[in-house]
Design a protein around this ligand. Structure first.
Ligand SMILES: [Ca+2]
Ligand SMILES: [Ca+2]
Length: 341
């Protein structure tokens, strides 16, 4: 009995996705290497490289998995969703007709930003009856790396979804079946065809035989933080930054009063009296660590005006002290109501 209770959970497949070119990717634990299809490519991931998927037809597959999916299993992955819309799948395992499970995101009426989901199908048929565990997507989980863990516990027929190691949703499965297909990264399968293509990045996909408990899931999540210690980044006031690594279209920012000020386009940027060659390239993630509201005491003015504004408590008041006023787009001041005199 004791051996049963303490049965070691086995990491069966680990797709680190750390290659930098080509269409092959290694399984660093099992012997099931994967293949990139239809333009899926290696880009900067969460740990080393990961894969970029176009949301149209890109995917990465293995020929099979070496664990039974009618028994307990756990799937974990880092995902970075570029755009929300409908149901999209980051990781799944193929059956003949449908996915055994889908780990991904759905945009529906349940929540404004949609929900992260781990859904398990009841049978390998076209009906597509599923059980899902869902967790609301938070503001700070959009367009950034999020760690998802889906757990299926066969003895209790329960499914759990963990987001970033802790936040939890659950559901109860009605019927179980074993999928004979391979791992699919970047899509699911419905009615015998590829479906729910993922627009964004995926990294470090793991499949475990057995159901990881909450402490193990959290330990795994925390172990990544030890690897990936984000360096605090500081930009001097007045910095002009170009961000082009977020997977979305390029964006321009100014750093004024310690805050990131978004700039609509190059015309608006040039309108602030700066030159294009002042733009430095900066990583999206480091920009997102900056506040959006300028600190108290910041002095700014807008193009074609000599009026200097003093920022305090997220409001502005006119000042005659023009020392070191930075020029910001006129739109920026709309966010700072004028303090009544
Ligand atoms: Ca990786
Ligand atoms: Ca493609």
């Amino acid at each position: 009995m004791r051996a049963q209770a303490s049965r070691d959970l086995t990491l069966t497949h680990h797709m680190a996705l750390n290659e930098s070119a080509g269409t092959g990717t290694a399984d660093s634990v099992g012997g099931r290497g994967g293949t990139l299809h239809n333009g899926a490519s290696f880009v900067e991931g969460y740990v080393g490289n990961g894969v970029e998927l176009d949301g149209t037809d890109d995917h990465v597959t293995t020929e099979a998995v070496d664990l039974r999916t009618d028994e307990s299993f756990t799937v974990t992955s880092w995902v970075n969703l570029r755009e929300r819309g409908g149901k999209v799948t980051a990781v799944s395992i193929d059956g003949e007709q449908t996915s055994k499970f889908r780990l991904g995101h759905v945009s529906d009426s349940r929540d404004r930003l949609g929900t992260w989901i781990f859904e398990v199908t009841d049978a390998d048929d076209e009906n597509g009856a599923v059980t899902d565990a869902a967790v609301s997507t938070l503001e700070n989980e959009v367009d950034t790396w999020v760690h998802l863990t889906g757990v299926y516990d066969a003895p209790t027929d329960q499914v759990w979804l963990y987001v970033n190691g802790t936040r939890l949703g659950d559901g109860a499965v009605r019927d179980k079946w074993n999928a004979t297909g391979g791992l699919a990264i970047g899509r699911g399968k419905e009615a015998g065809t590829h479906a729910q293509h993922w627009p964004g990045r995926v990294d470090d996909v793991r499949l475990y035989a057995g159901a990881l408990g909450s402490d193990r899931v959290n330990d795994l999540y925390e172990s990544y933080n030890e690897i990936e210690e984000p360096a605090p980044v500081e930009f001097p006031d007045g910095s002009a930054l170009r961000v082009n690594d977020s997977g979305t279209s390029e964006a321009l920012y100014l750093v004024v009063g310690g805050a990131r000020i978004d700039v609509a386009d190059e015309d608006e940027f040039l309108g602030t009296g700066r030159a294009l060659d002042e733009l430095m390239t900066a990583p999206h993630a480091s920009l997102m660590t900056l506040p959006e509201v300028m600190r108290d005491g910041t002095r700014v003015r807008v193009p074609d005006s000599d009026q200097v504004w003093l920022i305090e408590d997220g409001r502005r008041s006119p000042t005659t002290d023009d020392g070191n006023a930075h020029v910001v787009p006129a739109r920026t001041l709309d966010d700072y109501p004028e303090t009544a005199v």
